[in-house]
Design a protein around this ligand. Structure first.
Ligand code: MG
Ligand code: ZN
Length: 386
C-alpha cells in the first residue's frame, strides 16, 4: 500500500513538473515563429442541406467576440444570438493588409474576392465584381438593404456599387439607380438630393422610377404605411443616423418591416435577398466607448430577434449573422461583474482577430468551421443555388 502511494505521488509530481511552463524555456522562443508543420488533411465530407428560398445576411460592423460577450453580460447574460446552433469563424484580412476595413470586408462577403482596403464592389485591380444582391436580382429575387449608417457607407455600398474608393459617396448613391433594388433604409439623404458633383436629384429620380420615397423629416418611421405594390426607400437621416444612446430606434422595426415587405413582394417569385447592418458597433470601438458598443450591440441583437421570429415562421429563410472585423482590440478584464464590466482597448482602429459567423435555417449546415471571409459569398451562393 505504502509503495503504491509513493508511486502515485511520484507520477503526480512528474506530471506537474512536465506541465510547469516556467521550466526549460528555450531562449530562442519568441524570436522565431517556430517550425512549420503540415496540417492534417481530412477529406471534406459532403454536407447535405435543404435549399433556402430567402437569404438574410446580417452584419454587425466591428462586432468581435468581446463585443458580443459584453452585450450578453450587460443583458442579463442572454442574447438572441444564443439561438444559433451552427457557428463558424472567418478570416477577415484584406488583399493588401492583414487588418481589413469595412469596404474590403463587405466586398469579400458581397463579391467573394479579397480586395484592398477602401474598395467598393471591385477586386484588387479595381475591376467591378458582380455582388450577391445583383446576382439575386438577376435570378428574380426581391432585394433590400438596411443600415444604421448612411446607405452609401462602405458596408451597404459594397452590395450595390462598384467604385475604387469608399469615399465616393455621390457616385455610390448614383449606383443605386442602376439597379432594381426593391427596398432600402438608411441615412445619407444629402448624397441623393443635394449633390455637389452634379445637379441630379436622385430623390426625385427614385420617385420617377416608381419608388415610394420618404424620410425622417417628412414622416415618422413608425407611422409609415408601406405597400409592397411599390418599391420603397426611407432616409433615416441627412448624414449619419444618431447612435442608439442619442435616440435612434429604427433598426429592429426596419428589420421587421423589410422582411415582411420583401416576403410579400416575392410571394409569387423566387424569394428575396436582404442585408441588414448594425453599423455603429464599430463606431463605439473607434471611440473606445464601452457603453456605445453595448447599446449598439443590444439594438443589433433586437434586430436579430425580429429576423429570427420571421425565419422561424417562414421555414424557407437562411439567416447568416457575422461581422466584417473586430474594432478596438476590446477586452473584458479582471474586476468585472455582469453588472459592471472593466474593459480596455488596445487600438482605436480595427484588429485582425477571427470573426464569428452564426447561421440558422435551411443551408445553415454549410457555415460551420473556419474559412476565409470570401467563403461567406460562396456558401450563400451554394445554399441558394445561384
Ligand atoms: Mg459599416
Ligand atoms: Zn471601422
Amino acid at each position: 500500500m505504502k509503495n503504491k502511494q509513493i508511486l502515485f505521488l511520484a507520477l503526480i509530481s512528474s506530471f506537474v513538473l512536465s506541465c510547469n511552463p516556467s521550466l526549460k524555456i528555450d531562449p530562442a522562443l519568441g524570436e522565431s515563429p517556430g517550425v512549420l508543420y503540415e496540417a492534417v488533411d481530412l477529406r471534406e465530407t459532403p454536407v447535405s442541406f435543404k435549399k433556402p428560398k430567402n437569404i438574410i445576411l446580417m452584419i454587425g460592423d466591428g462586432m468581435g467576440l468581446t463585443q458580443i460577450t459584453a452585450g450578453m453580460y450587460r443583458h442579463q447574460n442572454k442574447l438572441n444570438l444564443e439561438h444559433f446552433k451552427v457557428i463558424g469563424l472567418h478570416k477577415s484580412y484584406a488583399s493588401n493588409s492583414l487588418i481589413t476595413d469595412s469596404a474590403a470586408g463587405a466586398t469579400a462577403f458581397a463579391c467573394g474576392v479579397k480586395t484592398y482596403n477602401g474598395a467598393i464592389g471591385v477586386d484588387a485591380d479595381t475591376i467591378p465584381q458582380k455582388t450577391l444582391l445583383e446576382e439575386a436580382e438577376e435570378k428574380g429575387l426581391a432585394t433590400g438593404l438596411v443600415s444604421t449608417s448612411t446607405i452609401v457607407h462602405a458596408t451597404p455600398a459594397s452590395f450595390i456599387s462598384h467604385v475604387p474608393s469608399r469615399k465616393m459617396y455621390e457616385a455610390i448613391a448614383a449606383d443605386f439607380l442602376k439597379t432594381e433594388i426593391d427596398l432600402f433604409i438608411g441615412g445619407g439623404k444629402k448624397y441623393f438630393d443635394r449633390r455637389e458633383s452634379d445637379d441630379r436629384n436622385l430623390y426625385q429620380e427614385l420617385e420617377q422610377k416608381g419608388y415610394a420615397v420618404s424620410d425622417y423629416f417628412k414622416e415618422d418611421f413608425f407611422k409609415l404605411s408601406v405597400s409592397a405594390k411599390q418599391n420603397f426607400v426611407y432616409f433615416t437621416a441627412d448624414g449619419d443616423p444618431l447612435p442608439v444612446a442619442n435616440g435612434r430606434n429604427y433598426l429592429p422595426g426596419a428589420s421587421k418591416l423589410a422582411v415582411e415587405f420583401l416576403k410579400e413582394k416575392s410571394a409569387s417569385e423566387n424569394g428575396f435577398f436582404l442585408m441588414i447592418e448594425g453599423s455603429q458597433i464599430d463606431w463605439g470601438g473607434h471611440a473606445n466607448n464601452s457603453n456605445y458598443i453595448i447599446t449598439e450591440m443590444h439594438d443589433f441583437d433586437r434586430s436579430i430577434g425580429e429576423v429570427l421570429k420571421f425565419a422561424q415562421r417562414d421555414k424557407e429563410t437562411l439567416v447568416v449573422v457575422t461581422a466584417d472585423h473586430e474594432t478596438g482590440g476590446y477586452s473584458i478584464n479582471s474586476g468585472s461583474t455582469m453588472d459592471s464590466l472593466v474593459t480596455a482597448f488596445t487600438t482605436d482602429y480595427h484588429t485582425g482577430t477571427m470573426i464569428p459567423v452564426f447561421a440558422y435555417g435551411p443551408g445553415a449546415e454549410l457555415f460551420g468551421g473556419i474559412y476565409e471571409n470570401t467563403s461567406i459569398y460562396h456558401k450563400i451562393k451554394r445554399a441558394a443555388g445561384f
